[in-house]
Design a protein around this ligand. Structure first.
Ligand code: BJW
Ligand code: ZN
Length: 239
């Protein structure tokens, strides 16, 4: 069955990439984006909350939304899926998630393609990046100001229409080109360029395994598709 095939692929692989999305954090009670009833985009408008135009139009609205999500992330803990992934010591973990839970579970230096919600940076792009402590002290209702240029601070995440951080993207591409196995876990596979990484791994000769409860466009690339929740499935595969 699928679990045994995946175990075999893991045993034989020497260069593993684990590509993750919001579904990996769902069992930590962090909402996904596109699940029909519980996803963030079912309740909030991405154009107003996750674009530069939205922030410029109403910085306090956007800042407040991220502050409440940041507070929720602080209350959450990594789940069995994050811990199982962290036990794949030689794997490169490439995540679209901004919650920092892979690192909190012990994954060394995960590639964060869409940034990190606990860090601020300058909205004007002067180059200032703050650390999480800056935000602990900040007012949740209005964005603080950049200490270098006085513009608003914003969360250090990637909004629609923005480029991914070049260094993270370069690491992700390199890992996918070199991989002999790519585990795709908990992503709808709809947001590009990230969603193109499994195809890059496949074109470079990697076997592809897709894990999640629902069908996604990435299933078509997969050698094995395993339907299930990441926190149920990954520990049985990794142990
Ligand atoms: C479980 C589970 C369990 C549930 N276990 N699984 C056409 C129109 C308009 C735009 C575009 C277009 N084509 C391409 C674009 C561009 C756009 C894009 O891709 N849009 C598409 C949506 C159409 N991309 C961009 O804009 C990107 N930038 C870019 O392209 O720049 C180009 C450029 C060129 C030149 C100059 C400048 C720029 C940037 C994309 C940034 C995405 N940002 C977000 C928000 C981050 C900040 C925040 O958190 O607020 O990133 S959007 C959101 O989606 C977030 C996620 O990382 C990303 C991916 O979502 P993910 O992780 O896949 O989550 P879901 O909810 O979609 O799926 C969850 C899955 O888990 C489901 O399958 C569930 O079944 C499953 N699941 N429980 C396992 N227990
Ligand atoms: Zn600045």
């Amino acid at each position: 069955m699928e679990i045994d095939r995946i175990r075999g692929l893991l045993r034989d692989a020497s260069r593993i990439v684990v590509f993750t999305g919001a579904g990996v954090s769902a069992e930590s009670a962090i909402p996904t984006f596109r699940d029909a009833l519980t996803g963030l985009w079912a309740r909030y408008e991405p154009e107003r909350l996750a674009t530069e135009e939205g922030f410029a139009a109403d910085p306090a609205l956007v800042w407040g939304w991220y502050a409440s999500r940041r507070a929720a992330v602080r209350q959450c803990a990594p789940n069995a899926a994050h811990h199982a992934i962290a036990r794949l010591h030689s794997a490169v973990v490439v995540t679209q998630n901004v919650d920092g839970l892979h690192a909190r579970a012990g994954t060394i230096d995960p590639v964060e393609l869409h940034g990190n919600i606990v860090r601020p940076k300058c909205f004007a792009g002067c180059g200032w990046h703050g650390d999480a402590d800056t935000l602990e002290a900040a007012d949740a209702r209005v964005p603080p100001h950049c200490p270098d240029c006085g513009a608003h601070a914003r969360p250090d995440v990637v909004w629609f229409g923005e480029m991914l951080p070049p260094a993270a993207w370069a690491r992700a591409e390199e890992a996918c080109r070199a991989a002999d196995l790519c585990l795709v876990v908990g992503t709808s596979g709809l947001v590009y360029p990230a969603a193109g990484l499994p195809a890059l791994a496949r074109a470079s000769g990697a076997a592809i395994v897709v894990i999640g409860p629902e069908a996604t466009p990435l299933d078509a690339l997969a050698d094995v598709v395993l339907r299930g929740r990441a926190g149920d499935v990954l520990p049985t595969i990794v142990d």
